[in-house]
Design a binder for this molecule. Structure first.
Ligand SMILES: Nc1ncnc2c1ncn2[C@@H]1O[C@H](COP(=O)(O)OP(=O)(O)OP(=O)(O)O)[C@@H](O)[C@H]1O
Ligand SMILES: [Mg+2]
Length: 331
């Protein structure tokens, strides 16, 4: 089953590679190809969806050249409209990864979806990391048990990945803990540039045969937040974040995989009623996440998840527990 899936993914990439490389774009010689490659543009999709000004800035190529390259990429990829029927067909391929908790599954329409970015935000200890670890285990389950027969990539910016915790969750799920750990590739990111670079490497990983169906980024904003302090640099941060989020969206789309991101909250002391917290990242992140869930700690193991934003699900709340065995419904 896993072999079959891997082969399918490889076929897609191979097709991509044989027909759509930067080297056989009209007007792109060796020199330009090299400049594109040095700036990290290796596939046509990346070029096609990048604004001209950013491409110019990053490659040091002139505006006419950049415009032509972008146009040629779009033409090559036959980008344009998709019919409603085609979109529906694509939606049929959406996979869902179980959270183990039925309450959470119900809140999110069955699980964490592929072709989407799912964001959980909340205060410390609210369970964001635990859910990421649980999904990295569950994605490996067979489809009949709520998994996708796939592997996971875990980009850790806060040094909170614990193999022991994965082993405990794997055992509880009836999986072989050693194998489960082998099917998770962990990368520690030390700067926002590093975080972006690691994400850029995921297509290569898939190409090498690692059937990635889930990418966890814990946390998305930590490094961005630390590096860009103060109002003056906020615009620059948001611009970079925007580019990164597009990179993530392309991944979900191109490989039919799920992206799970965690996010911190900032307190808003000027709010007197309700929960005085808000996710960081601003509008750019709010628009990029397909599903946004707010987590809060309740008594003991109890946690409350609230659906804040979703394209088709009602707002609502779900209660779950973080236990020794992982995420569960509780009694
Ligand atoms: N083995 C375990 N058994 C029971 N509960 C556990 C276990 N391990 C962790 N927890 C619970 O999970 C909590 C930590 O959750 P988690 O690390 O997911 O928080 P977080 O939302 O990622 O916080 P942060 O913002 O600090 O990263 C602990 O406070 C504890 O309540
Ligand atoms: Mg955490």
């Amino acid at each position: 089953m896993i072999e079959e899936e891997t082969k399918k993914v490889e076929e897609i990439i191979e097709k991509d590679d044989s027909e759509k490389t930067i080297d056989n774009l009209p007007g792109v010689g060796e020199k330009i190809a090299e400049k594109l490659r040095n700036a990290g543009y290796t596939d046509l999709m990346a070029i096609a969806v990048t604004p001209q000004s950013i491409l110019m800035e990053e490659t040091n190529l002139g505006d006419t050249t950049c415009r032509k390259i972008i146009q040629a990429s779009r033409k090559e990829l036959k980008m344009g409209f998709m019919s409603g029927a085609e979109l529906q067909k694509k939606r049929l391929e959406v996979g869902k990864i179980t959270f183990t908790s039925e309450n959470l599954n119900k809140l999110l329409g069955g699980g964490a979806e592929t072709q989407a970015i799912t964001e959980f935000y909340g205060g410390f200890g609210s369970g964001k990391t635990q859910i990421g670890l649980q999904l990295a285990v569950n994605v490996q389950l067979p489809k009949s048990k709520g998994g996708l027969n796939g592997c996971a990539v875990f980009i850790d910016t806060e040094n909170t990945f614990r193999p022991k915790r994965i082993e405990m969750m794997a055992e509880a799920a009836g999986l072989n803990p050693k194998k489960v750990l082998e099917n998770i590739k962990i990368a520690r990111a030390f700067s926002s540039d590093h975080q972006m670079l690691l994400t850029e490497k995921i297509p290569e990983l898939i190409k090498s045969g690692f059937n990635v169906k889930l990418v966890v980024i814990d946390s998305l904003m930590g490094l961005f937040r630390a590096e860009y302090i103060g109002r003056g640099t906020l615009a620059a941060r948001q611009q970079k974040l925007n580019r990164y989020l597009h990179q993530l969206q392309r991944l979900t789309d191109r490989f039919n995989l799920a992206v799970y991101i965690t996010n911190q909250v900032m307190s808003k002391p000027d709010i007197f009623f309700g929960d005085p917290t808000q996710a960081i990242g601003g509008h750019i992140l709010a628009h990029a996440s397909t599903f946004r869930v707010y987590l809060r700690k309740s008594k003991g193991e109890r946690r409350v998840a609230k659906m804040v934003d979703s394209p088709c699900l009602p707002e609502g709340e779900a209660v779950f527990h973080v236990t020794d065995q992982g995420i569960q419904d509780g009694e």
